[in-house]
Design a protein around this ligand. Structure first.
Ligand code: ZN
Length: 238
C-alpha cells in the first residue's frame, strides 16, 4: 500500500514545486516591472520637493531684502538661507549642489539654482562646471605641491556623486571650441581641457596663458554645446 501512494505523493510534490516556481516568477516579473516605475516616481518626487524647498528659501530671501532694503551681499544672503533652512548642504533632497546666483531683479537680487534639478540645462551645466573647476584647481595645487607632477586623473564631487576627471594639459583630443565626448564615453568621466593663452583658441577666447578651463562631461545629463558667439566669460562650459 505504501509503495502505491508514493507516485501520487511525488506528483503532488511536483505540482507544488511548479506552483512555487510560478509564484516566484510572478514576483520577479512584478519587481522587474515596478522598480523602474518606483525609481521614476521617487525622482519626480525629489524634484518637486527640491522646488518646494528652494521656493520657501527664496521667500525668506525676499523678506530679508525688504528688511535690509536690498543691501545684503552674497555672504549675508547665503547666511539667511542657511539659518532659515537649517543648513545649506541639504537644501536639495536629491543631494544636488545648490548655488546662490546674482540676478537683475531688485526685489530678489539673489536666486537659488539646483545643480541637479534646475530646468535650465545650460545654466546648470555652467554652474556645475565652475564648481568642478574650483575643486580640481584646489586638488591640482595640492598634488603639485606634494608630488610636483601633473596627475592624469582626479576625483571630485558633484550633486552627491563622486566623479573622475581625466586631465589633459593640451587640447589634443577635442576639436577647437566644440564640446565632444569622443574618447571619454566611460561613465562618470569628465575631461579637463587645457587652454593655452598663446594658442589659436586662447587668442579667440582671451584666456590667460596656461589657463585650464574647459570641460567635457561624458554624462549626457551634464553635456552642453559651447557656442563661440556667446563670447568668453572666463568661466567653464561643460
Ligand atoms: Zn535639487
Amino acid at each position: 500500500m505504501k509503495s502505491c501512494n508514493r507516485p501520487v505523493k511525488g506528483r503532488n510534490a511536483g505540482i507544488s514545486r511548479m506552483a512555487l516556481i510560478m509564484v516566484i516568477l510572478v514576483i520577479v516579473m512584478a519587481v522587474v516591472i515596478a522598480v523602474p516605475k518606483i525609481r521614476a516616481f521617487n525622482a519626480g518626487g525629489e524634484e518637486v520637493a527640491c522646488a518646494v524647498g528652494l521656493d520657501s528659501a527664496r521667500r525668506r530671501l525676499a523678506e530679508d531684502v525688504i528688511v535690509n532694503q536690498g543691501k545684503e551681499d552674497a555672504r549675508q544672503a547665503q547666511e539667511v538661507v542657511t539659518v532659515a533652512m537649517n543648513g545649506w548642504d541639504d537644501l536639495c533632497p536629491g543631494g544636488g549642489k545648490v548655488y546662490l546666483v546674482r540676478t537683475q531683479d531688485r526685489n530678489l537680487p539673489y536666486d537659488l539654482v539646483c545643480g541637479k534639478h534646475d530646468s535650465d540645462t545650460k545654466r546648470r551645466t555652467r554652474l556645475n562646471a565652475g564648481y568642478v573647476l574650483t575643486q580640481i584647481d584646489d586638488k591640482l595645487a595640492m598634488r603639485r605641491l606634494v608630488e610636483d607632477e601633473f596627475p592624469q586623473t582626479l576625483t571630485f564631487n558633484l550633486n552627491g556623486e563622486e566623479w573622475e576627471a581625466v586631465l589633459t594639459d593640451e587640447p589634443v583630443t577635442f576639436k577647437r571650441g566644440t564640446a565632444t565626448t569622443k574618447g571619454y564615453e566611460k561613465k562618470k568621466n569628465v575631461a579637463y581641457y587645457g587652454i593655452m593663452g598663446h594658442s589659436e583658441f586662447g587668442s579667440d577666447t582671451g584666456a590667460e596663458e596656461g589657463e585650464l578651463c574647459y570641460f567635457v562631461f561624458a554624462d549626457p545629463e551634464h553635456y552642453a554645446e559651447w557656442d563661440p558667439d556667446e563670447g568668453w566669460t572666463g568661466d567653464c562650459y561643460g
